[in-house]
Design a protein around this ligand. Structure first.
Ligand SMILES: Nc1nc2c(ncn2[C@@H]2O[C@H](COP(=O)(O)OP(=O)(O)O)[C@@H](O)[C@H]2O)c(=O)[nH]1
Ligand SMILES: [Mg+2]
Length: 462
């Protein structure tokens, strides 16, 4: 296998850059360029060695080199890490010299791919490396680290042990099938299958939380033009992300922003105001608003309190609520309530709450921080609904989710087959399918295209 080289520390200008080599020529390549300060003739592994990096007789930089010998490295191959100064010129010259001497530029994720090939990590752990690098919230970080430590792999191993027990019993029957005996009582097979099905379903069901952890909870901010949507977004982001103006129809496209609540990312989408319009661009924006509102569960519905305070009925709110899907969970915000007198706004709140008893209604006044605590409390409640229990283990990866779902479905078919009295060789077919789906997760069985999609998403140098 070729010896690969890449910058591990990314393209941003920094004090130090780290360049990694992996492959059987890694150490020999370093020896071609590296002149240690103190004469270590043999360059001992796992020691940081200071010295000059010399290209074509000229000192390029002062560097620190660490060698790792197979199999005691990240990839399981011979590796070298070269820390040089972060100048793009130094980095480029250093890497070009290594390539001219025979190294090959690494593909995205190739180091981790090699670690997987050398059994340093299983596939679920390799994916966890990618998720760890991309983690943006405390919960996401926690889930990735847990997966990297092998807890998912251990779960899958436990499920496979259960499966093996079941398979052994069924195979026993196949071996003696010509004798037309039922070695294993069908009730025992059914019980074991039921147990496996329950465990698979429980693990698969954690994906709802896992997905929330990975993607964050999306919250659509919707309402009529001028209701104060962009002001609310900016308020929570504490920056002027969206343009605020009293000209209706200012926000024509969706605008995104994130905050963290209890370690979970809340992804706000500020949208174009909902109204009848003949402007084709604005209409496209409104279509996006509706897609956003109907594609998710959580929303803030904003109603300008000053325009509805004196209304006998709330057609405007009815119109907004009519856009929601049946499983929607909206928070109704009566905005600009700071412009109303205290008694006036309390009366309005009571009337709206009375008219929409299923929803939480809050008075909002961006200028004076009115409603801030209630809105945060509402978000926290949604996060708590979605957060795993303290000890809970969650599936965060869609690929794992699909594999578990497929295994669960096969287990259901198996249970059905047992009740219907299918012969053991037909039952064995379902068992093999379940085995394949589970083995896919940890990568014992993984088609090349699955591997290339997974590692293709990694950054170069990882
Ligand atoms: N007094 C008061 N004015 C607000 C509040 N929220 C927004 N506004 C004003 O209402 C106008 C429209 O706000 P904007 O956020 O652009 O509304 P959008 O069209 O829904 O995005 C601007 O002049 C804001 O300053 C609020 O809570 N209180
Ligand atoms: Mg706006």
């Amino acid at each position: 296998m070729s010896t690969i080289v890449a910058l591990a520390t990314g393209e941003n200008l920094a004090a130090i850059a780290l360049i990694r080599l992996s492959g059987c020529e890694a150490h020999a390549l370093v020896r071609q360029f590296f002149v240690p300060k103190s004469a270590h003739a043999k360059l001992p592994p796992r020691r940081a060695l200071f010295g000059n990096w010399v290209v074509a007789g000229d000192v390029l930089d002062q560097v620190v080199v660490t060698l790792f010998s197979a199999p005691h490295s990240y990839t399981g191959e011979d590796m070298a890490e070269i820390s040089c100064h972060g100048s793009p010129y130094i980095v480029q010259t250093l890497i070009s010299a290594l390539i001219a001497a025979g190294a090959v530029p690494a593909q995205p994720g190739e180091y981790t791919y090699r670690a997987y090939l050398n059994n340093k990590l299983d596939l679920a752990q390799a994916e966890a490396v990618g998720e760890l690098i991309h983690s943006r919230s405390e919960a996401q970080h926690h889930a990735a680290l847990q997966q990297l430590s092998g807890s998912l792999s251990a779960k899958i191993a436990a499920l496979r042990a259960q499966l093996l027990e079941l398979t052994a019993l069924v195979e026993l029957e196949i071996d003696f099938s010509d004798q037309d005996v039922e070695f294993v009582p069908r009730t025992q097979l059914s019980e074991l299958t039921e147990l496996l099905h329950t465990e698979l379903a429980a693990l698969r069901a954690t994906f709802r939380q896992g997905d929330a952890i990975r993607q964050g909870l999306p919250v659509t901010i919707a309402g009529a033009p001028n209701a104060g949507k962009s002001t609310l977004l900016n308020h929570f982001l504490q920056e002027e992300r969206a343009i605020v103006s009293d000209i209706p129809g200012t926000t024509r496209d969706t605008i995104h922003g994130e905050i963290q609540i209890k370690g979970i990312t809340i992804r706000f989408t500020d949208t174009a105001g909902l109204r009848e319009t003949s402007d084709p661009i604005e209409r496209l924006g409104i279509e996006r608003t509706l897609n956003c509102l109907q594609g998710g569960i959580f929303s803030f519905l904003l109603i300008d309190a000053t325009t509805v305070a004196n209304n006998a009925s709330f057609e405007e709110i009815d119109r907004l609520v009519a856009h929601l899907t049946p499983n929607a969970s909206p928070l109704l915000l009566l905005t600009k309530a700071d412009l109303l007198a205290e008694t006036e706004r309390q009366t309005l709140l009571a009337r709206v709450q009375n008219a929409y008893p299923r929803y939480t209604v809050v008075l909002w006044g961006a200028r004076i921080g009115l409603g801030e605590a209630e809105v945060r409390a509402w978000l926290e409640a949604r996060v708590t609904e979605y957060l795993p229990t303290a000890t809970g283990f969650v599936i965060t990866n869609e690929r794992h989710y699909r594999a578990l779902l497929a295994a669960e479905e096969e287990t259901r078919l198996l249970a059905q087959g047992i009740t219907q009295g299918l012969t053991s060789d037909l039952l064995a077919h379902h068992l093999r399918q379940i085995h394949t789906h589970l083995a896919n997760i940890t990568g014992e069985i993984a088609p090349a295209e699955v591997l290339s999609t997974i590692f293709g998403k990694f950054c170069i140098g990882k």
